[in-house]
Structure formats: structure tokens, C-alpha cells
Design a protein around this ligand. Structure first.
Ligand code: C2E
Ligand code: CA
Ligand code: CA
Length: 575
């Protein structure tokens, strides 16, 4: 009896345990986001659990009801799903696949498992279905970002480089060329600054879609490589697609304005640099670098043009980069020297003054002329420290001459327009003059017309301050700009330097003679002193003297010389 009771207790306890674990499984199952299908392979009945009905919106009871389910699946994926539902047909106990629902961007993963119970012979099949849309979208976003540029929707730089590399290796085998066009939108920064970056981005996006519409699989590919730069690579052994055609198409499109969503119209032009395999280089990056150099050149030539890469452009560029690097060192090591070229009064050949001209002695001891490095220094900002050196050095040197030889003349200093634009320009010159106790009336600044085309008020204010302080102003290279004498009358100027190009031809060319003579006359009438520069021979000297020119400067009377040579000149004059 006791024995029996004990067995009943045990059974009840086991049942309770089973019921409990079944309840737990059901709870887990019902609260799951997954859908489940259970089938005992010995019969036709099936049961669904979990989120199945939510996932598909149908009820399944028999195997043939699977047809209802297939209808919910995207057509192309149906066979795959049917195979996954019945791995036993292939003699397998496991299958999995990913499928899409019809008319939807929803993705499901399906996993089917079959388990056999050895003792009972029962064969159970469980199909698990889960929504993996989020995972898929994240994955495709990543894929998208790996290949496409977010702003324009065309290939990004990395992917473009890998496609261009493929083009090049194919062209290498087939012995044909690949062209790379770098399209740089002119003045895009202005558009961004004035219209704002939203409009700027919309414009880039429109340019991107336009380029995209001209892509041809395996032949013409486009990329937005950064900011306002697009690249197009053309690889076409048949010669049907060419840079010229593409450029003409592009120009036709750019002839019409781009219309923004706000209705605003924006007209653009582009500078296009072309580099080709194999001439410009053997790798994608070579081509991109060369095209970039050509674009830089196009910008210098006034934009809105197409240019092909040629070796001299690279040489030029490398020379500039080299000079720029060396120039930076020079600016810090002060490897600059001042030379001085004498100027004489035409009437009695007495010394009127010296023009300070900078020289750069590079590491190899060569003298590099200012015409080579001043334009570069103006571009990279080094002109400030160079200009400072020129003013300090020339005034200090002049003071030494005054003190040592007891002479007084003029020291003329060339001022770059960028130097002149600095707010503290006038103060800094005055400070240097004061510090060296030099008479300001013995200092002359040589400026060029480019200064005068800026803000009239600001320019005259600075010039007037300088002149009130006592410094005189000389207008250099007169005749090469556009200014007429009557225009110059408005500016506080003391001296006019007639450009060397007039002096060069004045004896042979009647019209130059007329211009030179009338310039001299008018200049006198307006109270300017006149200096002729680049006078190389006696004939020129005599002619200019007779025509009434006040001061003569040039190789005929003296070349630019280092300070010690000026010392010799001054001591000779004193004796
Ligand atoms: P620039 O101011 O017109 O200087 C006159 C240039 O003509 C000098 O060249 C001078 O050596 C040269 N020259 C003078 N007489 C003759 C002549 O009879 N025949 C020939 N063929 N040439 C003559 P340099 O020294 O090479 O200077 C070139 C330019 O570089 C200068 O033209 C000036 O614009 C600029 N520059 C020179 N020194 C400085 C400086 O210290 N600061 C700035 N900002 N620019 C400078
Ligand atoms: Ca000068
Ligand atoms: Ca000059």
C-alpha cells in the first residue's frame, strides 16, 4: 500500500513538473518575436506557435496550407522557401534561407530542423521564422556607404579608385588607353558661401545625377571624389566614348543653369584636367595626381577650360613645390641678401638713391632672382616675413651709409601689394624708420598699380599717412597696367617709374616714343618726378635726358650690387 502510494506521488510530481515546464516553454514561445511551425512527419497536421500569425496573418493546419504561406512570399524566393521547409526531400535534417515578403521590404530568415526519437520513431520538424529586416537594412546601408557617396549617390572615391585600377589593368593587357577627367567646379566656394551649404549640396547632387545618367557599364564611370571635384574614367577600346565627347556633353549641360528646388537658378563652369594611362602614369593614383595638377594649371589660366596632362606641366609644378619648400627654409634661415641698384639724376649724373632688390641664395649657393620666388611667396604667405626682412635690412643698411659716409640719398623699397594690404603695414614701416633714426624723406616705397585698383578710400588713407610722415611713394612699372595719368592724379604719388619695356623699344619704335614723351610731359605737368628704369646704353640715356626724364636707372649706369660694393661707390664719391 505504501509502495503504491509512493508511486502515485511520484507520478503526480512528475506530471506537475512536466506541466510546469510545458507552461514555461509555451510562455517563452508565445512571447517570442519568432514564429514556429511544428510538424510530426508521420502525419499531415501542423501547429503554429509564437508570432507566426503576426508574421504571416494566416493560420496553418495541414501541410497543404503551406501554399497559403507561399503566396505571402516574394515570387523569386518561393522555391527557395519550399526547399527550406522540406530538407528531408534532400535527405537532410537541416535547411535555412533568407526571403522577402511580397510587396514589402520585409526580410525573414527561415531555419528548419528535423529530429528523430530513436525509441519511439517519432520524427519532429520545427521551422523557425524570424524577421531580419533591420539587420538587412543595416547591412545594405554599410554596403551602400562602401561604394557610394552620400551627397550625390554616385561612386565614392575609394570604389572609383578600385574600378579605375581594374580599367587600367584591362587596358594594360589590351594595349589601349584609359582617360581620367577631373572636373572641378569653378568658384564653388563662392556658391557655398553666398547661397549656403544646403544649396551647395543640392547643386552637387544635381551634377552627380547628371554624371550618373552618362555612366556606361564597364566603359564610363563617374565619382564624386570630394567637395566640388568629380572624376570620370573612360575606358573604351572601341573608341566610341571619348573625353572630347564627354566634355562637349558636359559643356552643353553647363550652358543651362541648374534649377534648385527653391526655383533659384545657378550657372556654373568647370575646369577639367585630363590624365591618361599610360602617358601620365601606371596607377589610378598617378592619374588622379596628374589630373589634379592639370586642374590647378587650368585655374591659373582663368578656369572654364579643359587641359591634357603634359610632362612640362609636371616639371613646372614640381619646380614650384621645390622652390616653395626651399623658400620656407630660407625664410626661417634668412638666406636672403639685399642688393642695391644706383639711380642717378639725368642732368648731372649725381647719385639720387638706390633701389633695394632682394636676392635669395639657395643651399647650393646659387642666386635665385626675385621674379621666380616673389610670386610664390605671395601665394603661400611668406611674403610677409620676406617683406619685413627687406624693409628692416635696407633701412638699417642705409643708416650705416649715412653715418659712415655722411651722405644722404634715397633708399627705394619695393612693396608687394599683399604686404601693403596688411592693417599694420604703415605702422610697421614707421616703427622701423623711427627705430633706425632715419629721415623719412629719404625713404621711398615702390608700389605697383595693382594696389590702386583696390578700395580707393583705404588706399589713399594709407598712402596719405605715409606721405604725411615724410615717406615718398613711387609708382613702379608705369605703362604696363591700365592706368591713365589723369587717373593717377587722384592718388598721392611722388614719382613715376617708366617701365623697362618702353625704354627697350623707345629708340626704334615711333609710337613708343610718342607715348614716352607725352608721359614725361604730362607727368611733369602733374608734378611727378620721373625715373626711367632698365636703361642699358648711352643712346637711351641721352635720348631720355633730352626728353626731360629726371632720373636714370639701369645697367648702363650701374647694375644691382651687394652692400659692400655700394660702400666702394660711396667712398669713391667722397674722394
Ligand atoms: P622691379 O622693381 O621692376 O626691379 C627692376 C628689375 O630690373 C630688377 O630685377 C633689376 O635687376 C632689373 N634691371 C635694372 N636695370 C636693368 C637693366 O638695365 N637691364 C635689365 N635687363 N634689367 C635691369 P630683379 O632684381 O630681378 O627684380 C625683379 C622684380 O622682383 C622687381 O622688379 C620687383 O618687382 C621684384 N622685387 C625685387 N626685390 C623685391 C623686394 O625686395 N620686395 C618685393 N616685394 N619685390 C621685389
Ligand atoms: Ca622696383
Ligand atoms: Ca620696375
Amino acid at each position: 500500500m505504501e509502495e503504491k502510494n509512493y508511486r502515485i506521488d511520484l507520478l503526480e510530481a512528475q506530471n506537475a513538473k512536466l506541466t510546469k515546464s510545458e507552461r514555461i516553454y509555451r510562455m517563452i514561445c508565445e512571447s517570442s518575436d519568432f514564429g514556429y511551425i511544428y510538424q510530426n512527419l508521420t502525419c499531415d497536421e501542423i501547429q503554429t506557435y509564437g508570432a507566426f500569425e503576426i508574421l504571416f496573418g494566416i493560420k496553418l493546419q495541414r501541410v497543404r496550407d503551406f501554399d497559403l504561406l507561399y503566396e505571402k512570399i516574394f515570387e523569386e524566393d518561393r522555391n527557395l522557401v519550399a526547399d527550406t521547409f522540406f530538407p528531408e526531400k534532400e535527405g537532410s535534417n537541416f535547411a535555412t534561407c533568407e526571403c522577402r515578403l511580397i510587396n514589402d521590404h520585409v526580410w525573414y530568415r527561415i531555419i528548419t530542423r528535423i529530429e528523430k526519437e530513436e525509441d519511439t520513431g517519432y520524427v519532429d520538424k520545427i521551422i523557425t521564422i524570424m524577421n531580419i529586416t533591420k539587420e538587412k537594412v543595416q547591412h545594405s546601408d554599410l554596403l551602400y556607404m562602401a561604394y557610394y557617396d552620400i551627397t550625390t549617390g554616385i561612386y565614392n572615391r575609394n570604389y572609383f579608385v578600385s574600378l579605375l585600377t581594374e580599367f587600367i589593368s584591362r587596358a594594360d593587357k589590351e594595349k589601349c588607353r584609359v582617360s581620367l577627367m577631373m572636373i572641378d567646379i569653378d568658384d564653388f566656394k563662392k556658391i557655398n558661401d553666398v547661397q549656403g551649404i544646403i544649396v551647395g549640396d543640392e547643386l552637387l547632387q544635381q551634377i552627380g545625377s547628371y554624371l550618373k545618367s552618362h555612366m556606361i557599364k564597364d566603359r564610363v564611370i563617374c565619382s564624386h571624389v570630394n567637395n566640388d571635384i568629380f572624376c570620370v574614367a573612360i575606358y573604351d577600346p572601341t573608341g566610341k566614348y571619348s573625353v572630347e565627347n564627354f566634355y562637349q556633353t558636359l559643356k552643353r549641360r553647363f550652358a543651362d543653369a541648374f534649377v534648385m528646388s527653391s526655383g533659384q537658378e545657378i550657372s556654373i563652369t568647370a575646369s577639367v584636367g585630363v590624365a591618361e594611362f599610360p602617358d601620365a602614369g601606371g596607377s589610378a593614383l598617378d592619374l588622379i595626381n596628374c589630373a589634379d595638377i592639370v586642374v590647378y594649371n587650368c585655374k591659373k589660366m582663368g578656369k572654364n577650360i579643359l587641359q591634357y596632362f603634359e610632362a612640362p606641366i609636371l616639371d613646372d609644378f614640381l619646380k614650384n613645390v621645390d622652390i616653395e619648400n626651399k623658400l620656407k627654409d630660407a625664410a626661417f634661415n634668412n638666406n636672403f641678401v639685399m642688393y642695391y641698384q644706383p639711380q642717378y639724376y639725368a642732368s648731372d649724373r649725381k647719385l639720387r638713391g638706390v633701389e633695394a632688390l632682394i636676392r635669395w641664395r639657395d643651399a647650393a649657393g646659387r642666386m635665385i632672382p626675385p621674379s621666380v620666388f616673389i610670386p610664390i611667396a605671395e601665394k603661400n604667405g611668406l611674403i610677409d616675413s620676406i617683406g619685413q626682412f627687406v624693409v628692416e635690412e635696407s633701412i638699417k643698411q642705409y643708416k650705416k651709409w649715412c653715418d659712415f659716409y655722411g651722405v644722404h640719398f634715397k633708399v627705394s623699397i619695393n612693396i608687394s601689394s599683399l604686404q601693403y594690404k596688411k592693417d599694420n603695414f604703415v605702422d610697421s614701416i614707421m616703427t622701423i624708420i623711427d627705430r633706425n633714426a632715419v629721415d623719412p624723406s629719404e625713404v621711398e616705397l615702390e608700389i605697383t598699380e595693382s594696389i590702386l585698383i583696390d578700395d580707393f578710400e583705404a588706399v589713399t588713407a594709407k598712402l596719405t599717412r605715409m606721405r604725411n610722415f615724410g615717406v615718398s611713394i613711387s609708382l613702379d612699372d608705369f605703362g604696363t597696367g591700365y592706368s591713365s595719368l589723369s587717373y593717377l592724379k587722384k592718388f598721392p604719388i611722388d614719382t613715376l617709374k617708366i617701365d623697362k619695356s618702353f625704354i627697350d623699344t623707345v629708340l626704334d619704335d615711333a609710337s613708343t616714343r610718342i607715348i614716352t614723351e607725352s608721359t614725361l610731359n604730362m607727368s611733369h605737368a602733374m608734378g611727378f618726378e620721373t625715373v626711367a628704369e632698365g636703361v642699358e646704353n648711352e643712346k637711351q640715356f641721352n635720348y631720355l635726358t633730352e626728353a626731360g626724364c629726371d632720373v636714370i636707372q639701369g645697367f648702363y649706369l650701374g647694375k644691382p650690387i651687394p652692400a659692400v660694393k655700394v660702400d666702394e661707390l660711396l667712398s669713391y664719391m667722397n674722394n
